[in-house]
Design a protein around this ligand. Sequence first.
Ligand SMILES: NC(=O)C1=CN([C@@H]2O[C@H](COP(=O)(O)OP(=O)(O)OC[C@H]3O[C@@H](n4cnc5c(N)ncnc54)[C@H](O)[C@@H]3O)[C@@H](O)[C@H]2O)C=CC1
Ligand SMILES: O=C(O)C(=O)Cc1ccc(O)cc1
Length: 275
Amino acid sequence: MKVGIVGLGLMGGSLALDLRKHNLANKIVGYDRNPRHKKEALELGLVDEIVEFDKLKECDIIFLAIPVEGIIDALHNLQDIPPTTTIIDLGSTKEKIVKSCPTTIRKNFIAAHPMTGTEYSGPMAAVEGLYYDKIVVLCNTEQNEPLHKERAENIFVAIGMQIVYMDAKEHDLHAAYISHLPHAISYALANSVLKQEDPKSILILAAGGFRDMSRLAKSSPTMWSDIFKQNKENLLTSLEDFKKELRYAKELIENEEWEELKKWMQNATTLHQIF
Ligand SMILES: NC(=O)C1=CN([C@@H]2O[C@H](COP(=O)(O)OP(=O)(O)OC[C@H]3O[C@@H](n4cnc5c(N)ncnc54)[C@H](O)[C@@H]3O)[C@@H](O)[C@H]2O)C=CC1
Ligand SMILES: O=C(O)C(=O)Cc1ccc(O)cc1
């Protein structure tokens, strides 16, 4: 099986390492628009060869591991693939991508979202085992030809993933609350502290809690601005819900309603009974 990977950063690079580890590809070729990333991916042994974009069309499977707006463009540039070629994207949003997929290749295109990652990006961030024991969401697979669906399922299972099937619209709503909102909050928290008069002195005092809460704010703005753009409506809804909670906590504090505040906190701790 010849595999092509578009985007040789955290997700594409880590996938290359796992495909190799599990002997799932005879050859892995890669394409990236950043010349430095191409060089690093070769030096790190993530891919066997760097090819031009059109050469990817000779692969049996093409993975799209680039920011979500780029995935839409890439699908349009892959309309002339052979019917036996499978395309799988790893983007964090799904509805706009599925909707924009050209109808001629819709049966070839598997819309996937691996629920795993880190705050780091680029080829140097690639790690073996990133996908192991993690969930991958496959969306609207009823629109896929069995050959392509089964190929994708076999690969994800072989690298240790558990598959969950979902409608793209439902996926994006859930992803807004459990992934996109936390990233927005983390960026907001980081900016709140950075806007203080002397952020360095404040940060010297920071303990684990601040480190935990601000970790996501290290994530790539290129990748995340695309995600926020594509999931705008769901993200706005989740931000409204979050603002209501913050406003309620602020009111309780202002009014010194400490017992009510304790109840509000007590309710929040029940999250950890289910997660
Ligand atoms: N970072 C994470 O934890 C996760 C990311 N994802 C999704 O995976 C995709 C890739 O993300 P990462 O690997 O984290 O990003 P990354 O920034 O580490 O890697 C992306 C790579 O794609 C290249 N690139 C960007 N636009 C391109 C284009 N139009 N054509 C060719 N190359 C291009 C960049 O130069 C970079 O090397 C995104 O769609 C993201 O939403 C999904 C799950 C987790
Ligand atoms: O670093 C973390 O904890 C993440 O949450 C990584 C992540 C980023 C984007 C996704 O679509 C899925 C996972």
